[in-house]
Design a protein around this ligand. Structure first.
Ligand code: ZN
Length: 238
């Protein structure tokens, strides 16, 4: 089975559509949360994902936009954008976001926004934070989002080891692995192109990048009066 792994789209419709146009034929789309928050078009992104029948888990921004819960844990610009999205989305869209599960298991992979220890909030940036999820999952592999940085951790006999990832790199998944495709809508690894990954359950996971019209998203953000900091950061991918 071939699966496109997407995460942290953050209401960036232009980036999402560029990635969808770039996809090879896949059997399923899995999305690791933070579909809304930060960007200019939350309703359009929700509509596209629902139409595509994606398998989707909740992120901290999805819950905050849907219910207001956790807004106090956000920095100022994140909270501002989430409150703006709360004003734009209707009750039906918020009910949909509220209904999303925290974790899903498909084809031997558990996926979650943050970590299995703290599904909405923990950042898995290093081996120490990756290790507990290997113990908590029933599946061979794991996938998360939340950090906006593509990553790969392997459970080896010597413990959990991080592996440097670059676009086009394929990992065969011979060992138990915990991977993060990076962010479609707001990458933070210094590369502004949309990040995603292709999972082939026989051949492994390949990290991918897709260029999109960043200026179009910035223009939409400016028109919709989102914070300047959020508009600037997508051009540099930080
Ligand atoms: Zn996010």
């Amino acid at each position: 089975m071939r699966v496109a792994l997407l995460s942290d789209i953050h209401a960036n419709r232009v980036a999402l559509e560029a990635v969808l146009a770039d996809l090879p034929r896949v059997d399923e789309l899995w999305v690791m949360g933070d579909t809304v928050g930060y960007g200019p078009e939350p309703a359009a992104v929700i509509a596209i994902l629902r139409e595509r029948g994606v398998h989707l888990v909740a992120g901290n921004h999805d819950v905050a936009v849907a219910t207001g819960a956790g807004l106090e844990r956000f920095n100022d610009v994140a909270a501002t954008a989430a409150r703006i999205h709360r004003g734009w989305l209707g009750p039906e869209e918020k009910a949909y976001l509220s209904s999303l599960p925290l974790t899903l298991e498909r084809s031997g992979v558990t996926f979650v926004h943050g970590s299995l220890r703290e599904p909405l909030w923990e950042y898995v940036f290093d081996e120490r934070s990756a290790a507990p999820s290997f113990d908590l999952t029933k599946t061979r592999h794991l996938c998360c989002g939340h950090t906006h940085v593509p990553a790969l951790f392997r459970a080896t006999a010597a413990g959990v080891r991080g592996v440097a990832v670059r676009p086009g790199q394929r990992d065969a998944l011979d060992e138990r692995s915990f991977f993060n495709p990076g962010s479609v809508g707001q990458p933070r690894d210094g590369d502004p192109r949309a990040a995603w990954a292709l999972l082939d359950t026989d051949q492994g996971v390949t990290f991918m990048r897709t260029a999109y019209d960043v200026k179009a998203t910035q223009l939409a953000m400016r028109e919709r009066e989102l914070p300047d900091f959020l508009i600037a950061r997508i051009a540099i991918g930080l």
